[in-house]
Design a protein around this ligand. Structure first.
Ligand SMILES: *[C@@H]1O[C@H](CO)[C@@H](O)[C@H](O)[C@H]1NC(C)=O
Ligand SMILES: *[C@@H]1O[C@H](CO)[C@@H](O)[C@H](O)[C@H]1NC(C)=O
Ligand SMILES: *[C@@H]1O[C@H](CO)[C@@H](O)[C@H](O)[C@H]1NC(C)=O
Ligand SMILES: *[C@@H]1O[C@H](CO)[C@@H](O)[C@H](O)[C@H]1NC(C)=O
Ligand SMILES: *[C@@H]1O[C@H](CO)[C@@H](O)[C@H](O)[C@H]1NC(C)=O
Length: 421
């Protein structure tokens, strides 16, 4: 650590508290993250000071009744979510997210195609948001995928907006916020989102500018969440932002997403670490140590990767995230969000087949592996790191290392938070 760190720390702290004392001008900005129970990250551990909005994911759509429901397992966590995260940051706003990547998309298409089922969806969503103390609703229908479905999506959004406006005036409560998580581009494989309906109905959309490449659906490696694509040949966050703006959505309604999980590949000639391409964190650790993996930040695409032999792992490191946040700011976007806040979870990692990783863990791990912080990675007891998620779990980490990591993590968060103002 250089000797200037303590000074910049003091400056950061001062600046941070200065920002906290600012009145509500930051209200319109979105610095968001998703939380979901399966991450096993306790809600009480979310440091909500870093966020303006938190998304509680996911409520479900019942394909029989077309009503939104919260599973009985999730109910206790959902109903206390807002109260819990507001303890650390009373002004943080919460949105209940509906659907998600593994939800039944036919059920959404079917619900949205018909006025009666749309009404069931809308009324039940509002009822659930209110009875569980959320400030808004977020629709994660991945994805409307035909012209007819896009049309229904637009109709649903317009009716949803009218309903929350009416409910607010009926009850004299602040209107529920409405958001949706959408494809990174307004053009979903040549099917266009109804940008006008989106613009007039939603407070903002969360652009899922990630998962561009992944072991489950790509045959070649590529930056999983590139911000730029110099050749314009493939997907990128910037291309998506430009497409949405061109389609008519104001930049102030766009929120750029970045992932907190890596994409992993093993070349077909190499021995796959796991058949489905998902690996546990312990396996990455072992992989890096065993293979002396090289880590690279590609400033052209804005993405990080590490590799050794035939194995390649793409992810977003500190620099990538900071660059994306700066980009969002420069473009006048509403803000940014990450999937998912449970990056500080440790037990979630250990679940077999989990594809969710802890960005921070991996970052520190790679730094250490590179030897640019500690002279020897092994000295710090790699063998003793038998537990998963050594960062948050404190498994076998010497105190100094842990403190240093907490300090680094704090710096990154501060940096990102302060940058987006
Ligand atoms: C939460 O974040 C704030 C701002 O960075 C920090 O001052 C505070 O110590 C953090 N709280 C915990 C428990 O980490
Ligand atoms: C998905 O939704 C469709 C349309 O509502 C329904 O027919 C089907 O049974 C659902 N599938 C599952 C697995 O629930
Ligand atoms: C608002 O109140 C009117 C009149 O009482 C009622 O018909 C309507 O259903 C209410 N709408 C909502 C969204 O609560
Ligand atoms: C960065 O990405 C660009 C575009 O894919 C590629 O041409 C270039 O070789 C990459 N640089 C590094 C260091 O990986
Ligand atoms: C994160 O990246 C930014 C931009 O490159 C840099 O200024 C900052 O010091 C980095 N923070 C940490 C904790 O590495």
């Amino acid at each position: 650590m250089s000797s200037t760190k303590p000074i910049s720390l003091v400056v950061s702290i001062t600046f941070f508290f200065f920002l906290l004392l600012q009145p509500s001008s930051a209200q319109t900005v979105v610095k968001g993250s998703y939380w979901f129970p399966e991450s096993e990250f306790p809600v009480t551990d979310i440091n909500s000071s870093h966020f303006t909005h938190l998304f509680c994911a996911f409520a479900d759509l019942n394909s029989q009744t077309n009503q939104v429901t919260i599973s009985s397992t999730n109910q206790p966590k959902f109903s206390t979510f807002t109260q819990t995260v507001q303890r650390r940051n009373p002004s943080v706003k919460t949105l209940m997210s509906i659907g998600g990547g593994i939800a039944n998309k036919s059920a959404f298409a079917s619900m949205a195609s018909n006025p009666t089922s749309r009404k069931s969806f809308i009324d039940s969503s509002i009822r659930l948001a209110r009875s569980n103390g959320f400030h808004g609703l977020d629709l994660d229908w991945e994805y409307p995928s035909s012209a007819a479905e896009m049309n229904s999506f637009g109709t649903l959004l317009r009716e949803w907006r009218s309903a929350v406006v009416a409910e607010a005036s009926n009850t004299s409560r602040p209107r529920l916020l409405l958001a949706a998580a959408v494809f990174y581009s307004s053009d979903y494989y040549s099917v266009l989102y109804p940008a006008q309906a989106v613009a007039s109905s939603l407070d903002w959309v969360n652009l899922m500018a990630y998962d561009f490449y992944g072991p489950g659906w790509s045959t070649v490696t590529g930056p999983p969440a590139a911000l730029n694509n110099p050749s314009n040949a493939g997907p990128s966050g910037d291309a998506g932002v430009r497409a949405w703006i061109q389609a008519g959505l104001p930049a102030t309604q766009l929120v750029l997403g970045f992932p907190l999980r890596p994409s992993y590949y093993a070349a077909t000639t190499g021995s796959a670490i796991s058949p489905d391409g998902s690996i546990g964190y312990g396996q990455i650790r072992k992989f890096i140590v065993d293979n002396g993996a090289t880590t690279v930040y590609n400033s052209t695409v804005v993405g990080d990767y590490c590799y050794a032999g035939t194995t390649w792992i793409g992810y977003d490191d500190n620099q990538s995230i900071v660059t994306k946040v700066r980009y969002a700011k420069q473009k006048g976007l509403r803000g940014y969000f990450s999937w998912h806040v449970g990056a500080d979870d440790n037990s979630g990692l250990s679940r077999a087949g989990s594809i969710f990783f802890r960005l921070l863990n991996i970052r520190f791990f790679l730094y250490e592996a590179k030897g640019n912080i500690f002279t020897s990675f092994h000295v710090f007891g790699f063998n003793s790191l038998t537990g998963m998620g050594c960062y948050g779990g404190h498994h076998g980490y010497p105190k100094e290392v842990l403190k240093f990591q907490l300090f680094r993590q704090w710096l990154v968060k501060m940096f990102v938070f302060v940058t987006y103002k």
